[in-house]
Design a protein around this ligand. Sequence first.
Ligand code: AMP
Length: 273
Amino acid sequence: MKILQTTEELINYRKTLKQDTGFVPTMGALHQGHISLIKTSISNNQNTIVSIFVNPTQFLEGEDFTTYPNRYQADLKICELAGVDALFIPNIDDIYFKNEPSIIAPMKQSYILEGERRPKHFDGVLQVVLKLLNLTKATNAYFGKKDAQQLFLIQNMVKTLFIDTNIVPCEIIRDENGLALSSRNTYLSDAEKQKALNISKSLKIASKEMIKGELNVEVIKEKMSEILSELQIEYIEITNRKFEKIEKIILKDSIVLVAAKVGTTRLIDNMWV
Ligand code: AMP
């Protein structure tokens, strides 16, 4: 596996590639969620590039940018064992310049839900993803449905800025108890992990209600909020897949989304229905 530390090294490497390139951008502290994206890329492309870059512009003041888990040695092994062709680990100064144009995510979908709690977060996400897609010129880039709003905004950016990369959504990977995997789960104590399970349980309750025929958004949100009462709920929302408000669930076109804090750790999860 090649280790690429600068944008120049990445560009030179990419120029040697003749066939399909798959790209998996991450912030490191890799877990089975990331590994599933990596494996999907490896099975569908001749070459797979993974990046590890904790992107400063997507963190707000007071968030965990400086304490974000760093597991570089373990990540390196994971990528090597998975069969990754190249690992890109740039410094901040390689990616960002003093004077550069910025990307502003569409207000309508980037200042609701996650964006309402984390203003400008998605501007930072799009800024770095655009740079990484331009650098890798990937044929396919893999993103988790876990970050549903992020995925939507990236798909929108790729479409509207005519970026020549196919965005591939990947399923949410959970632990054996149902907790959606996240690098931030390492912040949770055992007791907090137990509490956090109520997030995926609330999604299961929503699913059961829908199977029974209940499609009223407010009724389902109410049932979900009961099981989430021990957590600090940030939002429980059900939207269509364009993140627009709905009153009645339209099956195969809706998303149930939850964000909640367990102690000081903020967790998100969702279910595509
Ligand atoms: P991150 O390192 O948190 O920026 O995540 C990198 C990519 O992995 C993003 O596209 C995430 O949506 C995806 N990802 C993170 N957690 C999971 C998970 N549990 N299942 C599937 N994809 C995930």
